[in-house]
Write a protein that binds this ligand. Sequence first.
Ligand code: ATP
Ligand code: MG
Ligand code: MG
Ligand code: MG
Length: 439
Amino acid sequence: MRLSRYFLPILKETPREAEIISHQLMLRSGMIRQQAAGLYSFLPLGKKVLDKVCAIIREEQNRAGANEILMPTIQSADLWRESGRYDAYGEEMLRITDRHKRDLLYGPTNEEMVTDIFRSYVRSYRSLPLNLYHIQWKFRDEVRPRFGVMRSREFLMKDAYSFDVDFDAAQIAYHRMFVAYLRTFHRCGLQAIPMRADTGPIGGNLSHEFIILASTGESEVFCHRDYLDMAIPSEAMDFDDAARLSSIVKDWTTPYAATDEMHDESAWNAIDESQKLNARGIEVGHIFYFGTKYSEAMNAVVTGPDGKEMPVHMGSYGIGPSRLVAAAIEAFHDDAGIVWPRSIAPFDVGLVNMKPGDADCDAACEKLYGEMTAAGLDVLYDDEEGRAGSKFATMDLIGLPTQVIVGPRGAKAGEAEVKDRASGARDTVPMDNVIARIM
Ligand code: ATP
Ligand code: MG
Ligand code: MG
Ligand code: MG
C-alpha cells in the first residue's frame, strides 16, 4: 500500500477526551473515529489490526473444533421472553420497535438465539458435542462508555456456545475453549492470565476471565508470578484428548489468580510475598459454563442413549476483539507511539522514501517495495514528500515492527537503513540483504 493512496488521518495533537494511552494512540494514528458516545468507526489502519486479531481467533476456534456461523445483530424480543431475560437484562439492552410495532433488540449476547438454532435442528445425543460461534457486533448501553473501544457501546465480540449431553462432556468443551484461549492470546502477542470468575447460581469452578495486565485496567488483580512464564500448548495440541486438556487446565488454574470480585485474602496471604503480583488488569475474554439454564427454559433437548429426552448442558465463551486491539496498545507502546506485536501489526514493514522525486531513491524504493511484497510482506510505502522528522514520527506512531529507510546517499551506495521499532536498533544493510534481514 502506498501512503499517497492510503487513508491515514494522523492527528498532530492528543485529543483531550482520551484519558488512556491506547485511546489517545488509536485516535492519533487514525485507527478509529468516534461517531457518537461509545460508537466508533474503524478506519483502514484500525480495521487491519481488528481483522488480524479476528483471523487468529477464528483459526484457534476452528482448530478446537468450533463451527463458525453468523447470527444477526437484531434479535426478536420473543426469544428473550422465553428465557426470561427480556425484562431481567435491564438498561444495558437497546430495545427497538419495528414498523409493525414488534419488539426487537440489538443483541448484547446470543445465548437465546443460538439455543433456538440448536433446538430447531439437533435431536440426538449422537450429534454432540457441538460448538457454534460467530464474530459479530454487540450493543450494550454501558452506563459509562469510556476509554475508546476498550469500553464502547457497540463492540465486536467472538462468542462461542457449546452443547453437550452432560456435565462431564460440557467440562471437556470448557477445557477445549480454555486451551484455545491460551493459544489465541499468546498468538496475538499478549500475556493473558485466566482468573477465577463468579459462577453465580450455577456454582462450581467453570468460569474464568482472561486478563491482560495493564496499569489502566479496570479490575484489580491478584496472581502468582508463576503465570508470567508458563508454557503455552503447541499448535499440535490434540483437542480430542480430554486427559491432556484437563491437565493443561489444571496447570493453568493451580497457582493463585483472581480479580477483586473473587479475591480470597486467606489464600493470598499464604503465598510468599516475593511471588505475589498485585496489579491492574483488562478483561479480554470470559468463558463460562451455565448448565441447563437456557436449554431448560427454551426446551433445547436431545434424546439420550436410553431414548429419554434431556436438556443439553451449555457454556459460552467470549472474546472482545475490538477491546483486545486497545489492550494490546496498553501493553505495547512507548513515548513515540504504538509498538505492535508482529502477529497483529497492521503492516509488517514501513518503507520510507526520504526524497520522493529523487531518481535513485524512487528506483530503489520501487524495487524494494516490489520484492518485499513478492516475498509475502505487507508493506506500507511512504512515497510522500515531507520533513524527515515528521515521516519518522508517523512511522513510530503507527508502530509497524520494521522500518526500511531509503535516502539519496544510501540509494546511490545501494544501501538502506533497517530499523527495529521495538528496540530502536538501526542497521545499514545492502539493498539485496534487506528482505533476508527482515524475514
Ligand atoms: P466488563 O466486565 O468489562 O463489562 P463483561 O464481563 O460485561 O465485560 P462479557 O459479557 O464477559 O463482558 O463479554 C465477553 C467479552 O466481550 C469481554 O471479555 C470483553 O472482552 C468484551 N466486552 C464486553 N463489554 C465490552 C465493551 N463495552 N466494549 C468492548 N468490549 C467489551
Ligand atoms: Mg459488562
Ligand atoms: Mg466482566
Ligand atoms: Mg465477563
